[in-house]
Design a binder for this molecule. Structure first.
Ligand SMILES: *Cc1c(COP(=O)(O)O)cnc(C)c1O
Length: 385
C-alpha cells in the first residue's frame, strides 16, 4: 500500500496536477462543468460522483500524502466522517470511539445513531485495553483521534490497528490535528484516514472541506454510499484546496517547529501553570508520540495561573486572534470551556480535565519572538489591572 516514492514537498507541489494540454499553463485548470459526455467514455463524470477532473486529481495528492491507494474529497470534515460511518455501519452494528472525540463527531454519534439503531461505546482509550474491553460481537468499526482535542492525549495507533485487524474490525482515524505532515497512520495499519481539510490542508482559514484516504476497496465502499448522500465539494473550492496544499509541508513544518518552541517557553513562564504538548518531555506520552509522529504538531494547550482570567488574557492579545477554528497560518487561541466544550456540564468538563482557565493554542507561521512578545504584553496588561 505504501507509496513513498516522492518526498513530502514534491508531493505537495506536484502530485495530482492536471496538465493544461490546450494552453500549457503552469497550474491545473478548473473544470466547472457539471455535465459531461456519456457516450464512448470510460468514466461517467458528475460532481456528486466525486469524479470531476479537479476532484479526481486532488484525491491523488491526498492519497500520496497518506500512503494509501485512493482518497475522496468532501464538502466538510463532518461530511467525510458521516459518510465514513454510514459506509461501514448499519442497523445492529456497533462502533467504539473515545471520550476525547471532536465535538461534532461526538454529537453526530449521540444524535443520529440512536435513530439508525447503530450502537456505540465511548471509552477513554488511553490504553489499548480500553478498546479491547469495549469490543462486542457486532463491533464493525473502531475510530480514534490522536492527538486529542484539546489536551493532546496520544492514542497508540499501531496497537489499535492491530487489535482491530485481529478481530476483523475496520479501523479509522481522525488525522486532522497532526496532519499528514506529522503522522501517516496507514503505515501503522489503520484502514481509513479522515481529515477536516478546513484545518491544515486548507491552512488559510478560508476553505471548508474534508477528505478520506484508504485502500481502493474501502474507498469504493465509501463511494457507493457517498453518491447517495451527496456531500461533494464545489470544484472552485477543490481548486483552492489544491493551491493551498502545495504549501502544506512548508506551513505545517514551520508551525510544528514554532509550537515546540512556544511549548518549551510557556512551560517555563511564571504566569503559566501547565502546558500540554506531546513534544515536551513532561508529556506523559512523549515516548509514544515520538514513536508514531514525525513531528509533534502545531497544536498545544496551556493553563494560566488562577489569578489570571483567561478571557481577559485573550482580549488583551494584539497579534494572536481569539478564534473558533484552528490550523491557519495565523496563530489563534480559544477557551474550550466556552467554545468546543461549552455544551458539557461543569462536571463532565472536570472529568475530561478541561478547566475554565485552559487555552488551546493553534500556532501559526509568525516569528516566535512576536508571539512571545504578544503573550507577555497581554499578561502584563491584565496583571496590572
Ligand atoms: C474541525 C474538525 C472536524 C470537523 O471538520 P469540519 O470541516 O468543520 O466539518 C473534525 N475533526 C477535527 C479534529 C476537527 O478539528
Amino acid at each position: 500500500m505504501s507509496k513513498k516514492k516522492l518526498g513530502l514537498n514534491t508531493i505537495c507541489a506536484h502530485v495530482g496536477e492536471i496538465k493544461d494540454e490546450q494552453f500549457k499553463g503552469a497550474v491545473s485548470p478548473i473544470y466547472l462543468s457539471s455535465s459531461y459526455e456519456f457516450l464512448d467514455v470510460d468514466v461517467k463524470r458528475y460532481p456528486r460522483y466525486f469524479n470531476t477532473p479537479n476532484q479526481e486529481f486532488l484525491s491523488k495528492k491526498i492519497a500520496a500524502l497518506e500512503h494509501t491507494d485512493s482518497a475522496m474529497i468532501f464538502g466538510s470534515g463532518m461530511a467525510a466522517i458521516s459518510h465514513l460511518f454510514l459506509a461501514f455501519l448499519k442497523a445492529g452494528d456497533h462502533i467504539v470511539v473515545q471520550n476525547t472525540l471532536y465535538g461534532g463527531t461526538s454529537n453526530f454519534i449521540r444524535e443520529e445513531f440512536p435513530k439508525l439503531n447503530i450502537e456505540f461505546t465511548f471509552t477513554n482509550g488511553y490504553d489499548v485495553k480500553d478498546f479491547e474491553a469495549a469490543i462486542q460481537p457486532n463491533t464493525k468499526l473502531i475510530h480514534i483521534e490522536t492527538p486529542s482535542n484539546p489536551l493532546l492525549t496520544i492514542t497508540d495507533i499501531k496497537a489499535v490497528a492491530e487489535l482491530a485487524k485481529s478481530k476483523q474490525i475496520v479501523s479509522s482515524i481522525d488525522n486532522t490535528f497532526a496532519s499528514s505532515v506529522n503522522q501517516t497512520p496507514a503505515d501503522f495499519g489503520i484502514d481509513i484516514i479522515m481529515h477536516s481539510a478546513t484545518k491544515y490542508f486548507g491552512g488559510h482559514s478560508d476553505i471548508c472541506a474534508g477528505a478520506l484516504a484508504a485502500s481502493s476497496e474501502h474507498i469504493e465502499r465509501i463511494w457507493n454510499v457517498s453518491k447517495n448522500l451527496g456531500g461533494s465539494l464545489s470544484d472552485l473550492t477543490v481548486w483552492m484546496l489544491e493551491r493551498s496544499m502545495k504549501t502544506l509541508g512548508l506551513r505545517v513544518k514551520t508551525q510544528t517547529k514554532g509550537a515546540k518552541k512556544m511549548a518549551k517557553w510557556l512551560e517555563n513562564h511564571d504566569a503559566i501553570k501547565k502546558v500540554y504538548y506531546p513534544g515536551l518531555k513532561s508529556h506523559p506520552q512523549y515516548a509514544l508520540a515520538k514513536s508514531q509522529m514525525k513531528g509533534f504538531g502545531a497544536m498545544l494547550s496551556f493553563e494560566l495561573k488562577d489569578a489570571i482570567d483567561s478571557v481577559q488574557f485573550q482580549k488583551a492579545l494584539k497579534l494572536i486572534k481569539p478564534s473558533m477554528s484552528l490550523a491557519g497560518v495565523e496563530s489563534t487561541m480559544l477557551n474550550p470551556a466556552q467554545t468546543s466544550h461549552a455544551l458539557l456540564t461543569q462536571e463532565q468538563r472536570d472529568t475530561l480535565g478541561i478547566s475554565d482557565g485552559l487555552i488551546r493554542f493553534s500556532v501559526g507561521i509568525e516569528e516566535i519572538k512576536d508571539l512571545k512578545a504578544d503573550i507577555n504584553q497581554a499578561i502584563k496588561v491584565i496583571t496590572n489591572l
